[in-house]
Design a protein around this ligand. Structure first.
Ligand code: SAH
Ligand code: SF4
Length: 399
């Protein structure tokens, strides 16, 4: 991974080897670097005063440096279905959102985790208690998926998405991406265990490639949270070169979701301007080449927008396109958003679309709308009342 030198890095985005270098430069034993990383990411603790295995003068220095990012929970919206949206203040007039989605075992929304238990494995991983699948009373914990943002706004301009309508304000740093998980972990109940991370919040993760990759390296590091890469899924609207790079970066161990939404190039370009740069054929080629484990599938997300992509002909074209690909389809009835007249099709049309895809042998789920009452559902991760492009600087996607 190319990128900034350790000195440029925020403490929360340093890997153990970078912490070791930091310690070396201060004539401290290098293992102190591992200890700090473990406090920060394993125990989720950023107060140096509590780092009891460090000498006092080092704790003082870390206090002077400051270990936490200025990310604070400005508000928690609780949905009646148990999901919670944390509105996170990044300290510079920027706010993003992250959503915690508790999954009841065997529920129909298990597919939302995407990096689900296809391997049938049931235990937690890593050394640190709160993300194990179990609780103090010995019963199975409620598994929680957390949906992460990677940018403040988004430059991709998809017409059905609140983040796209807002435009891109700025990239998030890796420290800010990781801080969402830290805040999420702090908000878990005693019977909850963080199980999956999905990069499906505000922004296009592969348009903020380096920070996304660094955050995943930190979150999967065995000395920290130690989440297995297969428990992470990154969703992309189709930045083809970055999909290839990302596949090589993690050897296909991290799950991939593709926001397809249309099987016809002209119609897809109308929904998603990025399609003009990377048309469907190139995108599916990148899916085919993604080095995912043979037992796993790439997720194809298909937001159903009434009158745009929900006709029987759209389903037929989609089925033809996906035949022979190792994928599963998640249909997402569009969540209504401000500043748009677009909306979801009626439920019977959604069911018809799903039934047709299934009849062709495709694995296909309808994603239950969760957190609607707190605007926590996908695509609504932007401040309500924000005027489009008023404060956000809209940028064209880069090539
Ligand atoms: N930028 C990435 C990840 C964030 S969006 C991407 O586009 O894949 C996560 C998912 O929510 C995407 O599949 C996106 O198309 C979908 N989405 C966006 N707006 C939506 C809306 N209003 N209703 C339903 N799904 C939406
Ligand atoms: Fe960006 Fe994804 Fe929204 Fe498109 S759907 S505008 S890529 S966040």
């Amino acid at each position: 991974m190319s990128g900034p030198q350790p000195t440029d890095l925020h403490p929360l985005e340093r890997l153990p080897e970078e912490w070791r270098a930091w310690m070396q430069a201060r004539r401290q034993p290098t293992y102190r670097g591992d200890q700090v990383f473990e406090w920060l990411h394993g125990r989720n603790l950023a107060d140096p005063a509590a780092m009891t295995n460090l000498p006092a003068e080092l704790r003082d220095e870390l206090t002077t440096v400051g270990l936490a990012v200025p990310a604070t929970v400005a508000h928690v919206h609780r949905s009646t279905d148990g999901s919670r949206k944390l509105l996170v203040d990044l300290g510079d007039d920027c706010r993003i959102e992250t959503v915690l989605l508790p999954m009841t075992r065997g529920s129909d929304d298990a597919d939302l985790a995407d990096s689900e238990d296809e391997d049938g494995e049931d235990g937690g991983e890593g050394e640190h208690g709160e993300h194990r699948a179990g609780n103090a009373s010995g019963g199975p914990a409620t598994r929680v998926s957390q949906c992460l943002s990677t940018q403040v706004g988004c430059a991709m301009g998809c017409v059905f998405c609140a983040s796209g309508i807002a435009g891109l304000k700025r990239n998030m740093t890796a420290a800010e991406i990781v801080a969402q998980v830290s805040l999420g972990r702090k908000s878990l109940g005693p019977d909850e265990a963080l199980r999956n991370l999905v990069f499906m919040g505000m922004g296009e993760p592969l348009h903020n490639y380096d920070a996304t990759v660094r955050a995943i390296r930190i979150l999967t590091h065995p000395k920290g949270l130690g989440l297995a890469p297969r428990r992470i899924t990154v969703s992309t609207s189709g930045l083809v070169p970055e999909i290839g790079k990302f596949g090589a970066e993690f050897g296909g161990k991290v799950g991939l979701a593709i926001s397809l939404h249309q099987a016809d190039d002209a119609k897809r370009s109308a929904l998603m301007p990025l399609n003009k740069r990377y048309p469907i054929r190139e995108l599916l080629d990148a899916v085919r080449k993604y080095p995912l484990d043979r037992r796993r599938r790439v997720t194809i997300e298909y937001t159903l927008v009434a009158g745009q992509n929900d006709a029987p002909e759209d389903a037929r074209r989609l089925a033809r396109l996906l035949a022979n690909l190792q994928v599963k389809v998640n249909l997402i009835p569009m969540n209504p958003i401000e500043h748009s007249t677009l909306g979801p099709p009626p439920a019977p049309r959604v069911a018809e679309f799903q039934a047709y895809l299934q009849s062709t042998g495709l694995l296909c789920f309808v994603r239950r709308r969760r957190g609607d009452d707190v605007a926590a559902a996908c695509g609504q991760l932007v401040l309500e009342g924000e005027r489009p492009n008023a404060r956000f600087v809209s940028r064209q996607p880069r090539g």
